[in-house]
Structure formats: structure tokens, C-alpha cells
Design a binder for this molecule. Structure first.
Ligand code: ZN
Length: 396
């Protein structure tokens, strides 16, 4: 792609970095934030796009750590395989970094295709990583091993989504989960990556039991695993609170909520509020969308009775609900989808508004929190609530 350097200057905007920095002016050159200050002025004699941030807040671009970039699902037969994600549906959800995963189907969907999709999204302007693997153990990889994929392939930052306590999992022995976590951990160590295992936790009665035993009986740190869908039912949610209070991290799925057919789910914004009230440290909570995954509905016998597609929009909606309905501070609510995720995934240039960080920024209305503008790696992707950059095959 042709590289053109450009300056962008946002003036008079209330910055949540995610900590509250008050009114600031901010300058970015191409894809990096290079200066910020309340008295900062735009460069003279250089072409600079100047954007008025008055009446707006500026927060880091959201990091969505669990998106079915090439689709997922299929549990109701081939016609229920969900479609690929489009660039503008990601950006208009306030997301500037995604981590792609497969899902139940690691046979007709491949880690290689997921890698290609991530590279395509990068070419289109956002930042994209992937997990190697799918629900089952042994899990599919590109090189033949989780450890090698993480070490050798730049975009692979961990393994996932591996299914646990779910009727769709491979029902593997506890020792196999332990080995897989160890593989990912060493792969991460040798390549300077997170080597995280994104663990899909189902409705099964064992919940987080395997993870608790592995943590107690091995040298593997709790934070090597990111158990997700923790809010899918009350019992699992309570286990998640205990796990996080004991040093683990929990990932709440914004797309799993009662209004979208998950009747047993704890509403994501409420789950965050309750976890904080129970004494879970703020940095132990993350949120992801499960975007473009299927939302299959099963009856008591595990028979599929319907299927929907999860939207990435739910994350922004739940962040706004955290602030407006649950009275969680903007800093805390935003941390859950930015800084916290960057830290657990070891994405060192993401998740914070600071000099030297990537210019991944969202501008929202200060009163309504409506998303008005999105910058991804410095590029203006959404302007005045409308996407202005589209994926290659989007027709608008
Ligand atoms: Zn899942």
C-alpha cells in the first residue's frame, strides 16, 4: 500500500485515556499519537486535518478479543454457517483492533483462512490478530503445533477459542487442556507474545472446575487463560467472580444477553457492575462481542431449535449502559474494552491514549455517548456517525 504521511489535530476534546485527563488537544502523525496537551497548537506550514472535539469525549479504540472474522456457527447444519465480517461493521462498532477466532467448526473453516482475513482487515485499515485453533483438542493449527504457530506467525497471539464444559467440546481430559495451555504459554514466552488461551466456557455443569484444578496443581498462572462467555448463566458467573478474585481474568460476552435470546444470561453491563461490587479488581475484567458467531438456541435435550448471528455493536451498547444505567465511571467502563484487554493480550501500543501509542481513537458525544468518529491507525474511518472507509467488497 502507498504510504502517505499526514497530520491530524483534534482540538478541545475531553480525553479519557482511559483515565480522565480533562480537555486536551491531540496531534497524530500518520498512525501514531505524537503529542498531547491543553495548550498544544497544530503544526504550521504543514498540511493538517483539524477536527473540532468540543462537546465530545475521546477514548481509545475498543479491542474486541473474540470475533468470528470469517464467520462461525454451523451447529444447525451447513445453512447455519454465519457470514464473514465487513470492515465498516467493525469500525462503526467502535472497534479498531480485533482478534479473530474459529469456533465449533474447525473442519470446514481453517486457521489459514482466518489468518488471510486478518491480513485483509489490516490492509483495509484496522489492526487484526488471531488465535490458532478451534473448539476441539487436539486443535487445528497452521504449522502442526500451537507453540510453533505462536512463535512463527506474527498474527497469532494465542490459542482459541477452545471449548470447555460444553456439549460441543471434544470432551478432552483435564491433562489435555493443561498441555495446551502450557504450549501456548511457552510459545508466547519465546516470541514475546501473550500466548493466551481464549477459553469458551459452555453451560456444562463443570463450569471452571478444570481451570481451577489446573491452576492449583500446575505452575501455569491463572492469567494464561481468558475464560469467556462468563455471563452466560448465573452459576458460571458466580464461579467467574471467584476465579477473578483469586487472581484470574474473566471475559464477559456483550453479545450474550437476555434481549438477544440468551434468557439465562446475566446482562453484560450488570455483570460488570456486580463483579466490581463483589470486589473483583477492575483489571481482572474484560469484554468482547463474540461478533459474527452464531447464537444457537438449544432445548433441554441439546437439540438446536434456532440460530441467530451476534453483532459487534453490542459492546458499545453495553459500555454505554455501564456508564448511563449502572453509573460506572467512564474510566472504568472504557478500561474493560481497551487498557485491560491490551494488557492481557500484551498489545503494547494499544488501549491507551498517550504519546507513542497507535492513533486508535473514538470520539463520542459527551451527553449521549453516541459514537461520532473513529480513527484506526490514524486513519479517519467513521466521520460524523457515517463510515467513510469501506471494505473491498462492501457496496454502499
Ligand atoms: Zn464461544
Amino acid at each position: 500500500m502507498k504510504a502517505t504521511l499526514f497530520f491530524t489535530f483534534i482540538k478541545d476534546v475531553h480525553v479519557y485515556a482511559p483515565e480522565d485527563l480533562g480537555r486536551q488537544n491531540i496531534l497524530f502523525l500518520d498512525n501514531k499519537i505524537i503529542a498531547m496537551g491543553s495548550a498544544l497548537t497544530p503544526p504550521t506550514n504543514l498540511s493538517t486535518e483539524i477536527i473540532d472535539g468540543s462537546g465530545k469525549i475521546l477514548v481509545p479504540g475498543f479491542i474486541d478479543s473474540h470475533v468470528h472474522l470469517i464467520g462461525g456457527g454451523g451447529e444447525g447444519g451447513f445453512a447455519t454457517r454465519t457470514p464473514e465480517v465487513n470492515l465498516s461493521s467493525i469500525t462503526t462498532s467502535g472497534v479498531t483492533t480485533v482478534v479473530g477466532c474459529l469456533g465449533t467448526d474447525g473442519v470446514t473453516r481453517h486457521v489459514e483462512s482466518l489468518l488471510a482475513k486478518a491480513r485483509g482487515l489490516e490492509d483495509e485499515g484496522i489492526t487484526a490478530y488471531i488465535y490458532t485453533g478451534s473448539y476441539e483438542i487436539p486443535t487445528p493449527t497452521i504449522t502442526g503445533s500451537v507453540r510453533k504457530d505462536i512463535i512463527l506467525i506474527d498474527k497469532v497471539i494465542g490459542a482459541g477459542e477452545i471449548a470447555l464444559s460444553d456439549h460441543r467440546s471434544s470432551q478432552s481430559a483435564r491433562s489435555e487442556y493443561r498441555s495446551l495451555i502450557a504450549e501456548a504459554r511457552v510459545g508466547g514466552m519465546l516470541s514475546g507474545k501473550a500466548g493466551i488461551v481464549d477459553m469458551h466456557v459452555g453451560d456444562g455443569k463443570d463450569g471452571l472446575k478444570y481451570l481451577s484444578i489446573i491452576a492449583a496443581k500446575s505452575e501455569l498462572p491463572k492469567r494464561q487463560v481468558l475464560p469467556t462467555h462468563i455471563n452466560r448463566n448465573e452459576a458460571l458467573f458466580l464461579e467467574g467472580i471467584a476465579w477473578a478474585k483469586a487472581g484470574g481474568v474473566i471475559d464477559i460476552t456483550s453479545g450474550v444477553r437476555p434481549k438477544e435470546g440468551s434468557s439465562k444470561a446475566v446482562k453484560p453491563s450488570t455483570a460488570v457492575k456486580r463483579a466490581l461490587e463483589e470486589g473483583v479488581p477492575l483489571d481482572a475484567i474484560t469484554m468482547s462481542s463474540d461478533g459474527n458467531g452464531s447464537v444457537p438456541r438449544f432445548d433441554e435435550k441439546g437439540i438446536t431449535i434456532g440460530v441467530g448471528v451476534a453483532t459487534q455493536k453490542s459492546m458499545l451498547e453495553e459500555v454505554i449502559d455501564m456508564i448511563v444505567e449502572e453509573k460506572i465511571s467512564i474510566t472504568s467502563a472504557v478500561s474493560i474494552v481497551t487498557k485491560n484487554v491490551a494488557d492481557i493480550l500484551k498489545l503494547h501500543t494499544k488501549g491507551r491514549i498517550k504519546e507513542g501509542m497507535d492513533a486508535d481513537l473514538l470520539m463520542l458525544d459527551e451527553q449521549t455517548f453516541e459514537l461520532t468518529d473513529v480513527f484506526a491507525r490514524g486513519k479517519h474511518m467513521v466521520k460524523d456517525k457515517k463510515p467513510i472507509v469501506f471494505g473491498t467488497f462492501e457496496h454502499n
